[in-house]
Write a protein that binds this ligand. Structure first.
Ligand code: ZN
Ligand code: ZN
Length: 346
């Protein structure tokens, strides 16, 4: 079968012919219908040798939806023919966190040489993918695969980030989304569907702001020198209750703490490498709380899929055949993908 393989650090992935895996034990074979491309794929490709614990080569693709086609003899919890999305952050499988579907915060993450599906283990940019256990699967029913796949990371990560700050977003509050790409445009929709907050969006790209407005943001503004002042004015001088930062650069973190209301919540989702100095007394808002969410839990993925099936979420996608993976990665690197790029191996 064809698969998009990472064969060397800093080298573009290549489309290779590999053997189709056979499920053993608790393993489940899924025929891939769609696999999303993520900025973290680019971070993985560009990583310096030794920066990540992964062993090469492996198949990329951690946002995967498809159909169960074969089962190992010990599989419980799914049947052949079921359409599913894969919960990608595979942990050790044995600790209390993993047992609760919270593999994203596995207690033994530091001991593993993978972070999950397509991240050190063979992922879904291929015709088939082997999943270690049915506990990583969430049924999607009739949801289109190109919609379901991005929900397993872009949707789930946004949902999980919001779960940590939702308590601050009651009636009469304001939420700010910084960076309206694959994750941000879903965060806007999840905010609108699950909170009564006013939703503001900031991005450097005009087309990203249009995307935010189209998907329900109440207002969008470009990232400029006076953005913090404009946001203050836009909130009657009080500031925003929660910021979801999908960029995480020095500039966006500075903006976030400048516009947060006292007691406000900042969730840093983007891995932009920015730094924030914590000092007391200092310039940070009183009562300010910070979270560094990573991906999301399996129960949350089921909630995201349910939201999408209810019609509350729509993923903006650009779709490519598997053979066009190099072109899709090129567009992602150039920041030219609108919403999420998705590969369709079928
Ligand atoms: Zn990702
Ligand atoms: Zn674990």
């Amino acid at each position: 079968m064809k698969a998009v393989r990472l064969t060397g650090w800093g080298r573009e992935p290549t489309l290779a012919d590999v053997g189709c895996p056979l499920p053993r034990g608790t393993e489940v074979l899924v025929r891939v219908e769609a696999a999303g491309l993520c900025h973290s794929d680019v971070h993985v490709i560009d990583a310096a040798r030794g920066a990540l614990p992964y062993r090469l080569p492996f198949t990329l693709g951690h946002e995967v939806a498809g159909r169960v086609t074969a089962l190992g003899p010990d599989v419980e919890g799914t049947v052949a023919g079921e359409r599913v999305v894969v919960h990608g952050p595979w942990g050790c499988g044995n600790c209390a966190r993993c047992a609760a579907g919270r593999d994203n915060y596995c207690d033994r993450r530091g001991d593993l040489d993978w972070h999950g599906l397509g991240l050190g283990r063979d992922g879904g940019m291929a015709e088939y993918v082997l999943v270690p256990s049915a506990r990583h699967l969430v049924p999607i029913g009739g949801l289109p695969a190109a919609q379901a796949a991005p929900l397993s990371d872009a949707g789930l990560t946004s949902y999980h980030a919001l779960a940590g700050v939702r308590h601050a977003l009651g009636e009469g509050t304001t939420a700010l989304v910084i960076g309206v790409g694959g994750l941000g445009h879903l965060a806007v929709q999840i905010l609108r569907a699950t909170t009564p907050s006013r939703v503001l969006a900031v991005d450097i790209r005009e087309e990203a702001l249009e995307l935010a407005l189209r998907y329900g943001a109440h207002d969008g503004m470009p990232m400029r020198a006076d953005t913090a002042r404009m946001l203050r004015v836009g909130t009657g001088g009080v500031g925003v209750d929660a910021v979801l930062d999908f960029v995480g650069s020095e500039a966006t973190l500075a903006l976030a703490v400048e516009v947060l209301r006292p007691g406000g919540e900042l969730a840093v989702v983007g891995s932009g490498g920015g730094r924030l100095t914590v000092r007391k007394p200092g310039f940070l808002p009183a009562g300010f709380r910070l979270s560094l969410p990573f991906w999301g839990t399996r129960p949350e993925l089921a909630e995201v899929i349910a939201l999408a099936r209810s019609g509350a979420l729509h993923v903006e996608t650009e779709q490519f055949p598997l053979s066009a993976a190099p072109e899709a990665f090129g567009r992602l690197r150039q920041g030219r993908v609108r919403g999420r790029a998705v590969l369709l191996p079928g």
